[in-house]
Design a protein around this ligand. Structure first.
Ligand SMILES: Nc1ncnc2c1ncn2[C@@H]1O[C@H](COP(=O)(O)OP(=O)(O)O)[C@@H](O)[C@H]1O
Ligand SMILES: [Mg+2]
Length: 446
């Protein structure tokens, strides 16, 4: 790649990580050597390491680490909304009204305890709404609860954690609950999908094609008396696993491709293209909102896990963005997906110096932005490869389609296929065909 730094040759590549999940598997399969010292080429680390150690060490130009220093600007629930709102205000100030209006993809959110009075005002204006409380510093559905009446948060409010003078005070967001999610076979799901950011300046984004839907194991109801049933309302795998009706064969998951086929059979390709493109754009707009806030650093990259939900009118929401999405797999397909996700990310980082620098696709990733939007080949209006087949075979199978930056909408396709190194183009060898057929029954459908 233009900006890559090639490591001196002669020594095998080394990695450091404490993870023992798909991360370890992907690194081991690559044949890199593990180290516990500072002589790593790639460090897959916890977020805490970034705040505690990153600034204290001198890194060689080729060393790479899997977080940006202030990743929490996007990945903490309260800061994400703050940045989205700020970016929207800036667009309005710049008279970019159309783009400002597109920044409407997060549920109405207040940060507590600070915004309590504002929240109560809004609460009274819409007394029939359901609300969801989420601690900003936790994950996997921990500490979350739904409520409908103010008195239901009285206990939380009287708790010492609410007191801002208390050092243990825990910040929460309270958010309008999306009570009309799109359902498949009567079940709620959200989408977990992945975007690899290799630089914020210029913003360089690789979107992985094959996210998945995480289904709840209980039929959905928006009735207030179901609010305590987390297996109905929270789609985190950690929550679903506790349910008696959890399906350990599918892991309660469907690939994005399976969802695409299901929706296409009902609504046709144009509507599904638009929906998947909308999903891609909320990912991009979330990244735009922090582009000027993030401390760009040539050593850093981030593999984000986006939680996306769409409602029964196909309006798309970003629920949260994870800097440490789970790399633990709950089925064999899940393990394959995650190992491919990581292996192809390592291909893109290109510590081996294999890439030409003009790749549009590497494994299951498509380059969607590099300073400017990258239009996919063949695209006219909506263009996203999200939910398309992931080519399989050679781990570094990659397209060497030349890209020419262009605006996303309109105009003729400008990406030109010159040659496929692995001799494969989309569809010649695919993952998902047989899985899709096997999984085409909706999780839990009867
Ligand atoms: N505003 C909301 N409306 C509907 N469902 C929500 C909302 N916020 C969260 N959820 C559900 O709760 C789950 C957990 O919320 P999330 O914000 O991702 O927190 P966590 O960090 O614990 O995963 C989501 O995956 C989704 O199923
Ligand atoms: Mg989540």
């Amino acid at each position: 790649m233009d900006d890559r730094k090639i490591r001196p040759t002669g020594k095998p590549l080394t990695f450091r990580t404490t993870f023992r999940n798909a991360v370890y598997e992907a690194l081991k399969r690559r044949g890199w050597k593990e180290t516990e010292g500072d002589d790593w080429d790639l460090h897959w680390t916890e977020r805490e390491w970034m705040s505690e150690v990153f600034d204290q060490v001198h890194l060689s130009s080729w060393q790479r680490v899997n977080h940006f220093r202030n990743q929490r600007e996007l990945c903490r629930k309260d800061l994400m909304v703050k940045n989205l709102k700020r970016h929207k205000r800036q667009l309005q100030k710049d008279s970019n009204q159309a783009e400002a209006e597109a920044f409407n993809f997060w549920p109405l959110t207040y940060v507590l305890p600070g915004d309590y009075a504002l929240f109560v005002e809004e609460f009274k204006r819409n007394p029939t709404s359901l609300w969801i409380m989420k601690p900003v510093g936790r994950a996997q559905g921990k500490g979350i609860f739904l409520f409908k009446h103010l008195k239901e948060i009285a206990k939380w409010k009287s708790d010492s954690r609410y007191n801002t003078e208390n050092n243990d005070a825990e910040t929460y967001v309270v958010q309008r609950y999306i009570a009309n999610p799109y359902l498949v076979a009567g079940r709620k799901f959200d989408i977990r999908m992945y975007a690899l950011v290799t630089s914020y300046q210029p913003l360089t984004v690789w979107l992985h094609r094959s996210g998945f839907c995480r289904f709840s194991s209980t039929r959905y109801s928006s009735s207030a008396n179901t609010m305590a049933d987390h297996t109905m309302h929270l789609t985190n795998v950690a929550i679903q696993k506790k349910s008696d009706s959890y399906d350990s064969d599918t892991g309660g998951k469907w690939g994005l491709r399976d969802l695409k086929l299901y929706l296409m059979s009902r609504y046709g390709p144009a509507m599904v293209d638009k929906l998947y493109y909308d999903i891609q754009m909320v990912v991009m707009r979330s990244l735009f909102s922090v582009q000027n806030v993030m401390m760009n650093d040539k050593h850093c990259f981030e593999l984000y896990g986006f939680d996306i939900l769409f409602d029964d009118s196909f309006k798309v929401y970003v629920i949260e963005v994870n800097a440490s999405p789970s790399m633990t797999a709950n089925t064999k397909e899940d393990m394959d997906l995650k190992v491919e996700l990581l292996s192809s990310a390592f291909d893109i980082l290109d510590l081996e110096g294999n890439l030409q620098g003009n790749e549009l696709r590497v494994g299951g990733y498509d380059l969607i932005h590099k300073g400017i939007p990258i239009k996919q080949n063949g695209a006219s209006q909506y263009s996203t490869m999200l939910g398309c087949d992931v080519p399989v075979g050679d781990q570094v199978a990659r397209s060497t389609e030349k890209y020419v930056g262009s605006t996303v909408n309109g105009g003729p396709p400008e990406a030109e296929v010159v040659k496929g190194k692995a001799g494969k183009k989309d569809g010649s060898g695919t993952r998902g065909g047989s899985n899709s057929r096997r999984n085409s029954k909706a999780p839990g459908a009867t």
